[in-house]
Write a protein that binds this ligand. Structure first.
Ligand SMILES: O=C(O)CCC(=O)C(=O)O
Length: 274
């Protein structure tokens, strides 16, 4: 038995490449975080959606809290071991009856990590049912390794570069991963996944956090930032991110700008390879 997951759950993750649903927050806690997210949007007068949804944990203390939830980190520790960095965070909102979708991709594609010792946790702030456009995964596809991606140009594709697998793969063993507000799912960086439009009457909002073990290096020439969320880092492959203290403060914005610039530059470098 691990800190959060049973041995059978860890074995299932390794065999199938995903796990869901796991409990993290109460329904009330998830609703409170959703409200903070919507308050931040009201403050800025714009939706935290396309192009303004990366690394929110550097801008908002509430987002930093979400990625450090003990239940999430305990589950991640059961998979990656005790020394953990949080490499990237994306907030994934889909409005009610939103045609926005996420195309078939693998998370590891543009991260340029030297090996796939990575796990993504997707924490639901509102219900992500099948109707609301929850994720769909291809069971066991993480064993295929890194597949080739092209770029699917569509204003409805929520992926920043429209990265989409452009080789054939078996879709027969696809599984939908519904999670309720406060629950999360886990998936492997090489797992093929996507999510379709939201056909529900409510907004679907989730936070996708990518964790790596501290001994994993990024192969880009750009030195990336990341947040040590558990244990110690004796490797020093990343620059440490500072925790935000004020919602969207000037220091927070400066750090965010710098981190995003480095992240995009690294992504572009890695995109040349696919
Ligand atoms: O939010 C979604 O629908 C997709 C999320 C995703 O692709 C991810 O977290 O890796």
């Amino acid at each position: 038995m691990g800190k959060k997951l049973s041995d059978a759950q860890v074995a299932q993750f390794r065999e199938q490449g995903f796990l869901y649903p796991v409990d993290a927050l109460s329904v009330a806690q998830a609703a409170a975080y959703l409200k903070k997210f919507e308050d931040a949007e009201a403050l800025h007068g714009r939706e935290i959606g396309r192009n303004f949804n990366s690394k929110p944990h550097l801008l908002f203390p509430w987002a930093d809290e979400i990625i450090r939830q003990p239940a999430v980190l305990d589950a991640v520790e059961d998979i990656l071991g005790p020394n953990i960095r949080m490499l990237h965070v994306t907030i994934w909102p889909k409005r009610a009856h939103d045609p926005a979708y996420v195309s078939w991709h693998q998370d590891g594609t543009y991260f340029g990590l030297e090996r796939p010792a990575q796990v993504t946790a997707w924490v639901a702030l509102s219900d992500a049912s099948v109707e609301a456009g929850c994720m769909e995964v291809i069971t066991g596809s993480h064993k295929l390794g890194q597949l080739h991606h092209g770029e699917e140009v569509s204003s409805n594709n929520l992926l920043s570069k429209g990265q989409t697998i452009d080789v054939e793969f078996e879709r027969g063993n696809a599984v939908r991963m519904p999670v309720r507000a406060g629950q999360f799912s886990l998936h492997h960086p090489d797992l093929i996944h996507s999510s379709p439009a939201n056909n529900a009457d409510h907004r679907r909002v989730g936070v996708g956090a990518v964790y790596i073990s501290t001994d994993v290096r990024c192969t880009s020439s750009v030195r990336l930032t990341s947040t040590l969320v558990r244990g110690v880092d004796t490797f020093g492959y990343f620059d440490d991110e500072r925790r935000p203290t004020t919602d969207y403060g000037p220091e927070e914005q400066a750090q965010h700008r710098e981190a995003i610039a480095r992240f995009r530059s690294s992504n572009q470098e890695q995109a040349q390879r696919y």
